[in-house]
Write a protein that binds this ligand. Sequence first.
Ligand code: FES
Length: 86
Amino acid sequence: MIIVSICVGSSCHLKGSEEIVELFQKTLEERGLQDDVVLMGSLCMGKCNRVGVTIQVDDDIFPGITVAGFAEFFEKNIVARLKAEA
Ligand code: FES
């Protein structure tokens, strides 16, 4: 089980938090991973970036996640992590 917090603070909100949340939910459904990942929203994590949204995966924080970079982020930090946990 992985805990993911997507920042919905004002800076990240302006840089597409809502889109990232939707993309995350859609991708989890498509991959059948809804039961393996807990998705939450979070206030500012103090990692506001000029580009993209901050996402925390368990204890690791990744700033600057964009829609364009989402697929790579998901493979590296969600799918690979779940495989490592299994
Ligand atoms: S608003 Fe998201 S890290 Fe600051």
